[in-house]
Design a protein around this ligand. Structure first.
Ligand code: PEP
Ligand code: MG
Length: 593
């Protein structure tokens, strides 16, 4: 993970109130609203001028709200949002208007100050009521107040309309009217410090289909103008300045999300079973526990890969055992998931080198990464292992070690895990008694000695993202060599076949959790290879299930047999593409797949 101080990658967790993923340039909106100007009017003649100013700002605000309401009604026949009517009513409310005018007169102050006093008065009244709904109305009064303030301060103030189609809005808070205006102006999404799931801003965001995360507390302090920002409204996360790898991951998620919006979701809850009754287990890959609900909704039967290194992101200090534990417990304890695979952290190399223990390396992908780093920093590793062992008492847990390249590494990792478990048991701490142990097969040497590794573990999980980069000698984040990145390269297929066959001969399960597992074009090849479990970005699951359900194992085996006779990646790729297009004309209508 690239983490230089300037463009540092930061992930913030808030409340996802409107689903979807967008990636764009940050626009910090209305940063100055909290400062209300105060001045005394020099003489009485200025009073009526000030009141006039107030009335014309009220009029202007009403005009703007009506405009928004009309546009919303025009657009795709949307119901006018009743909350806009409520705001118009506030603008016309006698008490609201009279109280403000009274303050201008009595105190001889500017309208902004008088208006803020009116809002304070409402606040003190509303704070005393017990009714949550009524309390919520205070925010409507505040939003209306803000709108009037903006109109008072005139044209110099920025407007959502200036932000443009490529922007994401970052603000302390936004009114429902601002949110509605975002749709009109095609702003991509927004993130705010304040707000909750049921606030009107959230409701409007869902109604107009703008991905949004609220309640982030400090997002306006973490983001700078024009920073690259990802808003994941489904998981309630925002990523500021994503590094290329993270960006790629989110581009994929976005693509899958958009595809899922069609009618794939109806396949989510169905099993991935071919027409001739061959069942594949489907897992979800997650980076954050906030993604668990999305994994369940999209039809994950278990978690096939939890990338725990993301617990370390943004951290000045290393996470404590309790922090680890609280994450793992939540993953393994989720109802509706049959198993949870916790991968020990794949840190090191280019990931999080801000930690003093991790030196910057020339060739980080092949450096002191993942299990190599863990076995060097055993104390640090044990913190995570203890937390996993403790969490295993709460649900079906699998532990998986990344980047295993030789037998010693898995033996040593298992030995340390055993010590940790024994130590906990001796202290009377409950530990699950059926934790499965697995290795990621993502280094070519692990494929070659898969028969030896199989004796040590309960399952394999093929990490094609790394395996392909090492086998074909291409850096997975170097865009200059991406043209060589070929999941259907004959060398890759032969390796995968070797892993599956070796694993099955040894009687263990073989999963795949790299991106290759989620690419629909590959699915019949993967079925033909007889991989037991495919784990992927949750948003990709419904479509994958649909295709599996419309395939047969028999045809998949034949397709695989055929392509194994080809000698080049291009031949296989083209053949498979054509085959899939002919077999599933609706799924693959053009050349883009
Ligand atoms: C992989 O290498 O395929 C994998 C799933 O792990 P990661 O992408 O986290 O390296
Ligand atoms: Mg990997």
């Amino acid at each position: 993970m690239h983490t230089d101080v300037e463009g540092k990658t930061v992930v913030l967790k808030g409340i996802g109130v409107s689903p979807g993923i967008v990636i764009g340039k940050a626009h910090l909106f209305d940063r100055f609203d909290s400062q209300v100007s105060f001045y005394k009017l020099r003489d009485k003649t200025l009073l009526s001028k000030e009141i006039k100013r107030f009335r014309s700002a009220l009029k202007e605000s009403e005009k703007q709200l009506l405009e928004i309401k009309n546009k919303l009604t025009e657009m795709a026949g949307r119901e006018p949002l009743y909350i806009i009517d409520v705001h118009i009513m506030i603008l016309k409310d006698r008490m609201f208007i009279n109280h403000t005018i009274k303050k201008i007169r009595e105190m001889g102050v500017n309208v902004e100050w008088a208006l803020s006093m009116t809002i304070d008065r409402y606040r003190s009244i509303f704070e005393k009521v017990d009714d949550e709904y009524l309390k919520g109305r205070l925010s409507d009064i505040r939003y209306v107040g803000q709108m009037i303030m903006r109109n008072l301060t005139g044209k110099g103030r920025e407007s959502i309309a200036d932000i443009g189609e490529k922007g994401v809005v970052i603000a302390v808070d936004l009114s429902p009217a601002d949110t509605a205006r975002m749709m009109i102006n095609k702003v991509l999404g927004f993130a705010t410090d304040m707000g909750g799931k049921t606030s009107h801003t959230a409701i409007v965001a869902r109604a107009v289909g703008i991905p949004a995360v609220v309640g982030l507390e400090s997002v306006t302090r973490s983001v700078r103008m024009n920073d690259n920002v990802i808003i994941d409204g489904s998981a309630g996360l925002i990523v500021i300045n994503p590094d290329p790898e993270m960006l790629q991951r989110y581009e994929d998620k976005k693509k899958h999300y958009e595809e899922t919006q069609e009618d794939f979701l109806k396949y989510a809850r169905l099993p991935a079973i071919t027409k001739d009754n061959y069942k594949v287990e489907i897992g979800g890959n997650i980076e954050f526990i906030e993604e668990i609900p999305s994994a369940i909704v999209h039809g994950a039967e278990g978690i096939g890969l939890y990338r725990t290194e993301f617990i370390y992101i943004n951290k000045e200090q290393l996470p404590t055992e309790e922090e680890h534990f609280s994450h793992y417990r939540q993953v393994v304890g989720v109802e509706g998931l049959k198993w949870s695979t916790i991968r020990t952290f794949d840190l090191g190399g280019d990931k999080f080198y801000s930690d003093p223990k991790l030196a910057k390396e020339m060739n980080p992908q092949m450096g002191l990464r993942a299990i190599r780093f863990c076995l060097k920093e055993v104390d640090l590793f044990k913190v995570q292992l203890r937390a996993i062992a403790r969490a295993s008492a709460y649900g079906k847990t699998r532990i998986m070690f990344p980047m295993i390249s030789g037998i010693e590494e898995i033996r040593e990792a298992k030995q340390i895990f055993c010590e940790v478990k024994d130590d906990l048991s001796a202290k009377g701490v409950p530990v699950g008694d059926d934790i499965e142990i697995g290795v990621m097969i993502e280094v070519p040497s692990a494929v070659i000695i898969a028969d030896e590794l199989a004796k040590e573990v309960d399952f394999f999980s093929i990490g094609t993202n790394d395996l392909i980069q090492y086998v074909l000698a291409i850096d997975r984040i170097n865009e200059r060599v991406t043209y060589l990145y070929e999941p259907l390269h004959p060398a890759v297929l032969r390796l995968i076949k070797q892993v599956v066959d070796t694993g099955h001969r040894a009687g263990i399960r073989v999963a795949m959790c790299g991106e290759m597992a989620s690419e629909p074009t590959n699915l019949m090849i993967l079925l033909g290879l007889e991989i037991d479990e495919l784990s992927m970005n949750p948003l990709a699951i419904p479509r994958v299930k649909k295709i599996i359900r419309e395939s047969t194992l028999k045809d998949s085996r034949e397709l695989l047999k055929k392509v194994m006779t080809f000698s080049s990646a291009a031949e296989i790729r083209e053949y498979v593409k054509r085959y899939m297009r002919e077999r599933f004309p609706e799924e693959f209508p053009n050349n883009n797949h």
